[in-house]
Ligand binder design. Structure first.
Ligand code: 5GP
Ligand code: MN
Length: 338
């Protein structure tokens, strides 16, 4: 964040403000971690912040300090709308298009607050007056760290904030292995540990939360995997019946898509997950190297994300969706083998 924007934020925060902090729908560790870290900072600085999430998030993130404060728009709509209509500022974290907030979008569009975006996705829309966007960053949490450091120095990072930011960086970098993980990411993480992030505990709380049902669901996903060597692609799918049989809970399929990418020689992986209630197939794409799943998701699945991790949806049946996906691959054969 440049010093002029930091100065603008400093001025905006020089008097107590009512501030909404909004992550994207189906928030992940980075979105919730960034939102709660900001909440703690603003709360510690005498403001009246409220994290308003479009919908609920997985249990493996609910240990984060401040999680009990989060207002869920889908469940507490009136409270959320009242807060939004009276808010002076809205921080949006970890998304680049207002549509990523789902049904909450309308309340945001009608708000008179000033919007500040902190995000690392490519091609941000212009809905915010103040934009801190950097697609080279590992995570939104790393960016929030920079903002807080710029505003208040390392003293601004309390142990609660350190734990939230560590969790977001950890999850968005695939435990510090994705290519956006820089030496600076490691420096930030080192400082977070010095400021009280309980790194070993956080790993345990996030990754050692399997249930037998989740492992069974993973078994189904692995059995359903289709490997298309000529396209260096592996994809899998889960039907509503599979989810029901394994008593699916939010977050259970997190990380499944990565198994395809762990196959030798595979550069492109996808998982198709049926959501009968919403009438969609939710899709996650992952890649290695130059193949941009952000472009792929934008061009064919009304989605987006990053070069190597993106998502989208299909409104066709599972069968038609998979058939179309396979035939789409033909036009990408050269790129996938480059
Ligand atoms: P996931 O596959 O884990 O849901 O998402 C991977 C990345 O793509 C995340 O950074 C997420 O924010 C982004 N993403 C997922 N679904 C969508 C979508 O429908 N639209 C856009 N623009 N981004 C998405
Ligand atoms: Mn993120």
């Amino acid at each position: 964040m440049n010093s002029k924007d930091l100065q603008t934020i400093r001025e905006l925060l020089s008097t107590p403000k009512k501030i909404a902090i909004v992550p994207h729908k189906n928030p992940d560790g980075d979105a919730i971690g960034a939102a709660l870290a900001l909440w703690h900072y603003l709360n510690n600085s005498g403001h009246q912040p409220e994290v308003i999430s479009p919908n609920d998030y997985p249990k493996f993130l609910k240990w984060m300090p401040g999680t009990e404060q989060v207002v869920i728009f889908e469940k507490q709509g009136d409270m959320a709308r009242d807060f939004l209509s009276a808010a002076d500022l809205v921080f949006t974290v970890d998304f680049n298009q207002l549509a990523r907030t789902g049904a909450m979008q309308e309340s945001l569009l009608s708000s008179r607050a000033r919007f500040l975006m902190i995000d690392h996705h490519q091609q941000p829309d212009g809905f915010a007056q103040l934009v801190y966007s950097d697609p080279e960053m590992s995570s939104t949490c790393e960016m929030v760290y920079k903002v807080l450091e710029g505003l208040g120095g390392l003293d601004a990072i309390s142990p609660e904030i350190a734990n939230c930011l560590y969790a977001g960086i950890l999850t968005d970098t695939g435990s510090f292995k994705y290519s956006a993980t820089s030496s600076n990411t490691h420096r930030v993480v080192a400082n977070l540990i010095d400021r009280g992030a309980q790194n070993t505990e956080i790993h345990r709380k996030i990754f050692d939360t399997n249930t037998p049902e989740r492992l069974q669901l993973l078994g189904i996903a692995l059995r359903n995997m289709v490997v298309l060597k000529p396209y260096r692609t592996a994809y899998t799918s889960l039907r509503q019946e599979d989810l029901d049989a394994c008593r699916y809970q939010k977050g259970d399929t997190e990380g499944f898509v990565n198994y395809g990418l762990s196959l030798e020689g595979i550069r492109f992986a996808a998982i198709f997950i049926e959501n009968r209630e919403e009438g969609i197939i939710k899709i996650s794409f992952r890649s290695k190297g130059d193949f941009s799943v952000n472009n792929f998701a934008r061009n064919h699945y009304s989605g987006g994300g990053h070069i190597n991790a993106a998502g989208g949806r299909s409104r066709e049946s599972m069968e038609d969706t998979l058939t179309r996906f396979e035939s789409l691959l033909k036009s990408y054969k050269k790129t996938l083998n480059a």
